[in-house]
Write a protein that binds this ligand. Structure first.
Ligand SMILES: CC(C)(COP(=O)(O)OP(=O)(O)OC[C@H]1O[C@@H](n2cnc3c(N)ncnc32)[C@H](O)[C@@H]1OP(=O)(O)O)[C@@H](O)C(=O)NCCC(=O)NCCS
Length: 448
């Protein structure tokens, strides 16, 4: 009897699983670095870059704090430059990452003005692309729009550096529009919300434009815009080895067009192992807040965290979201910077008690994880631990958490694409050893 579609699919998938599973002892036999990581979890050297660096510890200090470096400069120094002056830092960061140099006052004003002028989508694009083909996932909606922008670019396939620079600047400028409008289309189509589309304002920064376009009343406080801008700066770049930047290098090395390369990076960032963790942190805390009666009691909080590790709470993945990082160990510098600034907003919004709860989990979780798991290095709170909390304080819907990450990281992806092209590298093509046994072909008529 003919199988139903689901029976047929299940059978094919069971066969694919059986014929795909590789004996795990073979990885050691052939010295394959799974996930391109060594036995201690450290990434294998796959390239050289001058754009960004992620350092677990300062040189010669195995227990010191982590550092994030943009174009040779410590992120802490970059932030200490713009934050006290009350000016946005994301555009300056983009200019630095793309050109390799800090802009002077006149160059920065010029960069901002030109980026503002680039915040334009083709005529009818919002209606024809974003509203008509609305998606339940904003990252997919954005990727689809990025690929659609190819159609409107007369020099879409030109991979000369000036043309790629032009394309990247336009993408950096329009990402906030793609993110916000995709969300509005989704809320209108799937949640029955009113549809209000605000055009961008060229004089506003990237963060200000995002809040202006997102909110129906277009209003935001200077502190809100400043903190969103800071989050963008902290997410703009993370070396060449992170999954989406490496994807950008891999796809660019085939000499494909900018839109295809960036859409691929979006697909990578969407994954919950990469850009999707901050929404998980917020959801995990919602459960924690319900289940822990006394938020000020270490024992009660520890009990809940222990249940998370034993797969008895939240999504039963055994993870305390927002803790741990592939490279950082003692600390993630982005977390420290963000935490200090969020404290001000938490006080302004009257949620100091919840802020204390975050700090308590940040203090208690590393020891518990160290106790329950095999540790190669220490763990500490990563940037996602506080970024989701910040976005919630800014009333930003969870659907937009990863798109905000993309709005920032497009700067790093652009710099990495330009770097790959500038170095005229070879197509990235690592080796896979086949461990399948050789078999004899059986003619169709002879098969059982
Ligand atoms: C980010 C992450 C994937 C890094 O994992 P990693 O590179 O294996 O990190 P480590 O080498 O320090 O991990 C050592 C062990 O501790 C575990 N561990 C690390 N962080 C953990 C966490 N937050 N909760 C539970 N276990 C954790 C790891 O799974 C590993 O155990 P295993 O060998 O049994 O799998 C991991 O820390 C994690 O899943 N964190 C939670 C999700 C998150 O916040 N992601 C955002 C990252 S920016």
């Amino acid at each position: 009897m003919k199988k139903s579609e689901s029976e047929w699919i299940d059978q094919l998938s069971a066969m694919a699983t059986a014929s795909s599973q590789v004996d795990s002892s073979l990885y050691a036999k052939y010295d394959v670095k799974r996930g391109l990581r060594d036995i201690n979890g450290k990434g294998v050297l796959a390239g050289l870059t001058q754009i960004g660096d992620v350092q677990a510890h300062p040189e010669g200090d195995a227990t010191g704090p982590g550092h994030l470096i943009y174009r040779g400069m410590d992120i802490e120094d970059l932030v200490a430059g713009f934050l006290p002056e009350g000016r946005p830092g994301f555009e300056e960061t983009c200019s630095l990452l793309l050109s390799g140099e800090l802009p002077n006052r006149a160059e920065l004003a010029d960069f901002r003005e030109r980026l503002g002028a680039y915040r334009l989508l083709p005529d009818d694009f919002v209606h024809d692309s974003l509203l008509k083909l609305s998606s339940r996932d904003m990252m997919n909606a954005m990727a689809q729009s990025i690929l659609a922008l190819y159609v409107f670019d007369a020099r879409a396939d030109d991979t000369s550096l000036p043309n790629v620079m032009r394309q990247c600047l336009r993408l950096i400028a329009t990402f906030p529009l793609l993110a916000v409008y995709s969300f509005h289309a989704y809320s209108y189509r799937y949640a029955g919300k009113s549809l209000v589309i605000h055009g961008p304002k060229p004089e506003l920064s990237t963060a200000e434009n995002f809040l202006h376009m997102l909110r129906h009343d277009s209003r935001y406080t200077p502190l809100e815009a400043q903190l969103l801008d800071l989050a963008l700066v902290l997410h703009a770049e993370h070396g060449g080895g992170n999954n989406s930047s490496f994807t950008t290098h891999v796809v660019t090395s085939s000499l494909t067009d900018t839109y295809s390369a960036i859409a691929a990076a979006m697909g990578s960032l969407k994954g919950p192992r990469h850009g999707g963790a901050n929404a998980k942190v917020v959801a995990m805390f919602e459960e924690l807040k319900r289940e822990v009666k006394d938020w000020g009691n270490d024992r009660q909080v520890e009990d809940y965290l222990a249940r998370l590790l034993k797969k008895e709470a939240f999504d039963r993945a055994g993870l305390i979201y927002g803790i741990g990082h592939a490279v950082y160990s003692t600390s993630d510098p982005r977390t420290i910077i963000l935490r200090e600034q969020i404290e001000k907003l938490a006080a302004e919004k009257g949620v100091a008690e919840e802020m204390d709860l975050y700090r308590r989990v940040e203090r208690l979780a590393p020891e518990l994880i160290g106790h329950e798991r095999k540790m190669y290095k220490g763990v500490s709170a990563n940037v996602d631990f506080y970024s989701g909390f910040l976005y919630r304080l800014l009333d930003i819907p969870a659907e937009l958490f990863t798109p905000i990450f993309a709005m920032a990281r497009i700067a790093g992806w652009s710099a990495h694409r330009l770097e790959e092209l500038a170095n005229g590298g070879k197509i990235i093509r690592p080796a896979y050893k086949s461990v399948a046994p050789r078999r004899v072909y059986v003619p169709l008529a002879a098969r059982a």
